[in-house]
Design a binder for this molecule. Structure first.
Ligand SMILES: Cc1cc2nc3c(=O)[nH]c(=O)nc-3n(C[C@H](O)[C@H](O)[C@H](O)COP(=O)(O)O)c2cc1C
Length: 186
C-alpha cells in the first residue's frame, strides 16, 4: 500500500555522519512541535526536552560517556567506544535530550514514543537523525548532577534517551526486515 506517511516510516534510517550545517529555526520548531504532540500514558507528558547546539557541551558529555562506559564490564560496553575517534553524538549539530521523573517507569515508554515522532518529523523535513541511548553513560559518574543541571533537567528527572539531528553525510541501505517476528492470530 502506498501513502506518504508509510513511505516516510520506511525511509527513516539512523544516520551516523553529519555535515556541520545547523538546523533552521523553523526546522527545529517543527521537530519540537512533533515532540510536544506525542501521546503519553494518562496524558501525563512526563518529559523535558533539552535542545543542545553547544558543541563544547556535547564534546564534554561524550567524553563523560566514554569515561562512564569504562566502568561497565566489557560485555556490557558498546564496541563503538573502542574507536578512539568515536563521539557519542556523531558530531550532529543539534542533540535533543529527553529526561523524565526517575520514579515513573512508564515515562520511558512515553519518551520512546516521543523520540520516534521527532525522528519521523526530522525525516519529513529531509533531515537525518539517530536515537541515542549511549549518552546515559555520561550520567553514571560523579558529575551526574552538574551535567543534569547544565542540561536544565528538572529536579528529580534523569536521562532517558536523546536524538541527534542534522543534515546526513552518509548513505544508508534499506534495513533488513524480519517478517517472522509477526504472528497473526485469527
Ligand atoms: C532505544 C534506542 C537506543 C539507541 N541507541 C543508539 C546509540 O546510542 N548509538 C547509536 O549509534 N545508535 C543507537 N540506536 C539506533 C539503533 O542502532 C538503530 O535504530 C538500529 O540499528 C536500526 O537501524 P535504523 O534506525 O537505521 O533502522 C538506538 C536506537 C534505539 C531505538
Amino acid at each position: 500500500m502506498k501513502h506518504p506517511m508509510l513511505d516516510l516510516i520506511q525511509s527513516r534510517r539512523s544516520h551516523r555522519k553529519y555535515t556541520s550545517q545547523q538546523l533552521t529555526q523553523p526546522q527545529l520548531s517543527a521537530i519540537m512541535d512533533a515532540a510536544l504532540a506525542s501521546p503519553s500514558a494518562n496524558n501525563r507528558q512526563p518529559w523535558h526536552f533539552s535542545v543542545v547546539q553547544d558543541s563544547v557541551l556535547l564534546n564534554r558529555l561524550s567524553e563523560q560517556a566514554a569515561k562512564g562506559a569504562m566502568n561497565r564490564d566489557s560485555a556490557q560496553r558498546s564496541p563503538r567506544y573502542d574507536d578512539p575517534d568515536f563521539q557519542v553524538f556523531y558530531h550532529a549539530p543539534t542533540v535533543v535530550f529527553l529526561s523524565a521523573p526517575r520514579d515513573l517507569p512508564i515515562a520511558m515508554v512515553d519518551c520512546g514514543i516521543a523520540v520516534y515522532g521527532m525522528a519521523l518529523a526530522a525525516e519529513s523535513l529531509g533531515l537525518g537523525s539517530v536515537i541515542l541511548g549511549l549518552p546515559r553513560d555520561a550520567f553514571s559518574g560523579p558529575n551526574r548532577e552538574e551535567l543534569e543541571s547544565a542540561l536544565h533537567f528538572p529536579e528529580g528527572y534523569g536521562f532517558v534517551i536523546a536524538l541527534a539531528v542534522g543534515h546526513p553525510a552518509d548513505e544508508k541501505a534499506p534495513p533488513e526486515k524480519h517478517p517472522e517476528k509477526i504472528s497473526i492470530i485469527r
